[in-house]
Design a protein around this ligand. Structure first.
Ligand code: NDP
Length: 243
């Protein structure tokens, strides 16, 4: 059977780079989105069926135009992985509110933007899947994560609401909620003491974090289930993670 278009946001590093590799190896046409396209272009992929577009997920117009462009080549999108996200750790008493805004805009608005773009077509076709990358911080609290936690609880809440709303159209909405993993996520943190606390916490668990490959496998597992089966959520963390 011909494989349908898979769209992955924030494909330049971390989880999404691994997700892109898995779907690429399985022969799916891909639309890979991110701001640093040169990093996406450097991924070890077979680029025959890969379109790369410079997209900031907070800009819905550009986001929508990129999907329209890919659909004209590969046909309708059947899977959107809303993975793009930022985690700017900090204490709310001192953190610059601009950092809260960046997290809300990217982690919440970016996900809503993507869902509004693809869901009408999926409902019309009675087929499609959206997988949102949340976090264990989308269901429990962590010190110095207040605004990030707020954004990821938001992802959990909006995903379950929309899942209910589109379930009657045979469209799946699912969540992956990972624990701590080694990606570029921490490189954007500006609060040095929050960063030191986070690193100390990881060290207290023996320095072992989740390999992003397993997050990618979870996404693929959700998608590979028959369309009438929706794995609503996968929570995945290193066994050694205590929180
Ligand atoms: P990375 O920092 O490695 O990757 C984040 C990706 O998001 C990058 O490719 C970045 O691309 C993209 N991105 C960020 N902002 C935007 C934007 N405005 N528009 C488009 N793309 C954007 O981190 P991870 O792989 O770890 O993060 C992926 C997701 O997983 C996030 O949602 C994160 O919250 C979540 N997560 C991560 C955990 C971890 O411990 N690593 C744990 C739980 C959840 P570019 O800068 O090129 O635009």
């Amino acid at each position: 059977m011909e494989k349908s278009l898979v769209v992955i946001t924030g494909a330049s590093s971390g989880f999404s780079a691994e997700i892109a590799k898995l779907f690429n190896q399985a022969g799916f046409p891909l639309l890979l989105l991110g701001r640093r396209v040169e990093k996406i272009e450097a991924l070890p992929l077979n680029f025959d069926n890969v379109m790369i577009e410079k997209v900031d997920v907070t800009d819905q117009k550009v986001f929508a135009a990129s999907i329209k462009k890919a659909e004209a080549v590969y046909g309708p999108v059947d899977l959107l992985v809303n993975n793009a996200g930022v985690m700017l750790l900090g204490n709310v008493l001192t953190q610059d509110p601009a950092e809260w805004q960046t997290m809300m805009n990217t982690n919440v608005m970016g996900v809503l933007n993507g869902m509004q773009i693809v869901l009408p077509g999926m409902k019309e076709r009675n087929h499609g899947t959206v997988i949102n990358m949340s976090s264990l911080a989308g269901k429990k609290t962590f010190t110095n994560h207040a605004a990030y936690v707020a954004s990821k609880f938001g992802v959990h809440g909006l995903s379950e609401t929309i899942r209910e709303e589109v379930s009657g159209s045979n469209v799946r909405v699912s969540l992956v909620a990972p624990g701590a993993a080694e990606t570029e996520l921490l490189t954007h943190v500006t609060d040095q003491s929050a960063l030191t606390d986070y690193e100390a916490w990881k060290e207290s668990m023996g320095g072992i974090t989740l390999n992003p490959v397993h997050v990618a496998e979870s996404v693929k597992f959700i998608y590979d289930m028959p369309q009438e089966v929706n794995i609503r959520e996968i929570d995945i963390a290193a066994t050694a993670q205590d929180a």
